[in-house]
Design a protein around this ligand. Structure first.
Ligand SMILES: [Cu+2]
Length: 125
């Protein structure tokens, strides 16, 4: 009985944070950038510079550079209609997030200018 409760509690924490992954090693590091030189530009790329379009399901380290006090970087799952993380629009700096992504469609955007500053990628099963 006690073991079940502990398991459920752990599951609850996982569901709330959206990240499972204390034990999982990231498959890759993905670099998000928003608003460099205050430009209305947002990107999500591999270390090689290639744009992220399709990735396999798994755990990823997101290194997010929010360069501007005009812009932010938010990531969400379109499939689950959830926001996974966001930086503050008036905040500027670098943050890292480790997320385990199930298959689905994902979108990133600047919340203040999401019509023009946005991108999508697909996580495959
Ligand atoms: Cu913006």
């Amino acid at each position: 009985m006690r073991k079940v409760a502990v398991t459920l509690a752990a599951f609850g924490i996982v569901m709330c944070t959206g990240a499972t992954a204390k034990s999982a090693q990231p498959i890759a590091t993905l670099f998000g950038r928003s608003g460099k030189h205050n430009a209305y530009v947002i990107t999500l790329k591999f270390g090689s510079g290639r744009k992220v379009r399709t990735i396999p399901a798994g755990t990823y380290l997101f290194v997010i550079h929010d360069y501007s006090r005009l812009h932010n970087f938010a990531l969400g799952s379109q499939t689950e209609n959830t926001r996974l993380f966001t930086t503050g629009i008036r905040w500027r700096g670098t943050k890292m997030y480790t997320l385990t992504l199930p298959p689905g469609n994902y979108a990133y955007a600047c919340s203040a200018h999401f019509r023009t500053m946005n991108g999508t990628f697909v996580v495959t099963g």
